[in-house]
Write a protein that binds this ligand. Structure first.
Ligand code: AMP
Ligand code: ZN
Length: 477
């Protein structure tokens, strides 16, 4: 496979450290709030990368952390811990918040067919590993203590800005609220490895350490968790583009200072999903979640399809119109697949040739849009339907859009839901169906507020509705 590498700024052949094996690390979610669909774009593309590598024959081990301590409001070392902010917002403990939003994240992933990485490790499980690594860095002269905190000394490493390719003045740490300059640092770019002092003394989770009671910095978490599970050499490190600086830049500095050798060969970064007003953000109030788009009648897999239609290295603008368009294309594709007859013998030579073409197409810097084109080519091919279905199901092992399953359900007889409701009082039935039809019109006119109101009114009447491709079905509680 050929992949763009942020470190070398070129598309090059992926050559793993160990033949046939790929060690892959993903920066996991900071579990202080729901993931927005922008975060999930990154996880969808990383998921496709992992599945594509397995499909191409690599033995992949993938590790992801869960950030449940140390990620401050700015991506640098200032501001309040995001977890504490979340806990205060909801009047819960940090661990309650972490558990709730970690589960919510994996539920979203499930809806989007994102596979759980082989190893998922919360930061709060690995305090000893962080302390050992920080001590190692102090022993080797790469870290210093100032005003109670342990800092990494960026002046001790060569080429600190290798990943960004920028000089420091051009870089801006994601500055949000409560951000002030830390005057204890020797160099502007130094970063905290271990906090014992911060402006926010109410930090809930703290641990004993050789430098006093405190908590780890966000950057050390990923390096230490990665090395704990994958050793000193990594093949691919993933994240969103906002992670390039300072997070991944700092990860490289501290990891290579610690081991004394090159750490990770390939850096894979997914560009942002933006809304029409700019970058998607959780501080913008009613932000876009999977549940929100689902409540508006969209299939989460149609969102996955929407993401796969565009290249991971291009910013993607989200709008309901764009999602409507992707949904229409997706449904049309499903209807075409549904018309194929699952009969006769498959032509396996053809299926293998499709697989090879697909590997070639997607293998060119994860070109998922070309991968989707392969499906249209299959539909036009002069082979029997059975061979087409077999070929589509192979490709869908990577795209994971449930193409065959969803197409089959289009052919299935009507669900029980409406039949079960057929013996209800005719007056009530007429009222429910009138509301459902009004809701469909409201949705068509993008009057989502009215559509939500009607859903609520139906729910108050004891009616649960479900949006399916054939229309809305309902059950009476
Ligand atoms: P966080 O939970 O904030 O640590 O972010 C989780 C992942 O989402 C990280 O890999 C970020 O780089 C990525 N991310 C953040 N915002 C966006 C966005 N608007 N579009 C795509 N990915 C994003
Ligand atoms: Zn990370």
């Amino acid at each position: 496979m050929k992949l763009y590498n942020t470190l070398t700024k070129t598309v090059s052949e992926l050559i793993p450290n160990e033949e046939g094996k790929i060690k892959m690390y993903t920066c996991g979610p900071t579990v202080y709030h729901f993931a927005h669909i922008g975060n999930l774009r990154t996880y969808i593309m990383e998921d496709v990368l992992e599945k594509f590598l397995r499909f191409s024959g690599y033995d992949v081990t993938r590790v992801m952390n869960i950030t449940d301590v140390g990620h401050l409001s700015s991506d640098g070392d200032t501001g309040e811990d995001k977890m504490l902010k979340g806990a205060k917002r909801e009047k819960k403990t940090v661990m309650e918040i972490a558990e709730f939003y970690k589960n919510a994240f994996f539920e979203d992933c499930k809806k989007l067919n994102i596979k759980t990485p082989d190893i998922v490790e919360p930061a709060t499980n690995c305090i000893d590993s962080f302390i050992n690594m920080v001590q190692g860095l102090i022993d080797k002269g790469f870290a210093y203590i100032a005003d109670g905190n342990v800092y990494f000394d960026t002046s001790k490493v060569e080429n600190y800005y290798a990943l960004t390719g920028h000089n420091p003045e051009e870089l801006m740490v994601g500055v949000r609220d409560d951000v002030t300059e830390d005057t204890s640092k020797k160099n502007k770019s130094d970063f905290v490895l271990w906090f014992t002092k911060s402006k926010f003394d109410d930090q809930e989770l703290k641990w004993d350490s050789p430098w006093g009671i405190g908590y780890p910095g966000w950057h050390i978490e990923c390096s230490a968790i990665c090395m704990k599970h994958l050793g000193n050499k990594l093949d691919i490190h993933c994240g969103g583009v906002d992670n390039i600086f300072p997070h991944h830049t700092n990860e490289i500095a501290q990891s290579e200072a610690y081991t004394g050798e090159k750490w990770c060969n390939y850096w894979f970064h997914v560009h942002h999903l933006n809304d029409e007003t700019g970058k998607m953000s959780k501080s913008k109030g009613d932000f876009l979640t999977v549940s929100l788009i689902e409540s508006k009648g969209y299939d989460p897999i149609a969102y996955r399809f929407f993401c796969l239609q565009s290249h991971y290295r291009k910013p993607l603008v989200f709008s309901y119109e764009a999602l409507d368009q992707a949904t229409a294309t997706f449904n049309k594709l499903l209807r075409k697949i549904a018309s194929l007859k699952d009969e006769g013998e498959g032509d396996y030579e053809y299926v293998n040739s499709v697989k090879a073409k697909f590997i070639d197409s997607v293998g060119s810097d994860l070109n998922t849009a070309l991968g989707i084109t392969c499906i249209y080519e299959i539909l036009k091919a002069s082979v029997n339907d059975k061979s087409k279905l077999l070929a589509i199901s192979e490709i869908d092992k990577v795209l994971c859009c449930d193409l065959i399953k969803k197409a089959q359900s289009l052919n299935a007889p009507k669900t029980e839901a409406n039949e079960g409701a057929s013996n209800i009082d005719p007056e009530l039935k007429a009222k429910i169906e009138a509301l459902i039809s009004e809701r469909a019109s409201a949705k068509k006119e993008k009057n989502f507020a009215r559509a939500d109101e009607i859903r609520q009114a139906l729910s108050d009447m004891g009616v649960t509705i479900k949006d399916t491709r054939e229309g809305t079905t309902y059950t009476l509680n």
